[in-house]
Design a protein around this ligand. Sequence first.
Ligand code: ZN
Length: 219
Amino acid sequence: MADHTPSHLSRRRFLQGLLLGVPAFLAAPRSLFASRRLNDLSLTFLSTVVPLSRRSAWADYRAQSAKLKIAASFSRITVHHSGALILRDTARGNVIDDLNSVLDAHTRIRYGDIGYHFVVDYAGRVWEGRSLSYEGAHVSGENEGNIGVMLLGNFEKQKPSDRQVDTLATVVDLLRGHFDIPARRVYGHRDIGASVCPGRFLYPHVVALKSKKQRTTLA
Ligand SMILES: [Zn+2]
């Protein structure tokens, strides 16, 4: 339990700060990254490649850490849609409203935070969801070591935009490189849970990711 003490967290943040201050951090050995959770570092890397909004840009809700489980590492990625509504709006304020609707729904069922780690909107922008310091809450019984990436929209009824699909591919590629996740461990929700999610128009794009060679690495 020492891992959860405030002093340990502070020390970890301090070490991350040191790493972020080193311009050559991208060349650090993979083992250095694999041995830490490094949420801020992984997001800094992501933000150099895709337009990324941090959680503080859209959510006022404070994650209820007592309800969340610390993540040791990640070994798979699962893709979702938000379902229900057809969403094509790209106005930033409206996307923020949509994100908060999802957050509200998840906190009402006592998840303690939004269940997904990342959300991709119709414009292809990435929004930080639940911190990668914690396990997600997006596939019943299958959340351990599982990064949740959700695309806004109902892809049973609408097609994802090209930008959304491109950003999904980029995010999955970067996360695979960062956490050393093989292509076969990229799933659609329906692969591992009783659901039509991520919808018939998005699922083929997820299948394509399962055979894609990982391109971008940290080293
Ligand atoms: Zn889903």
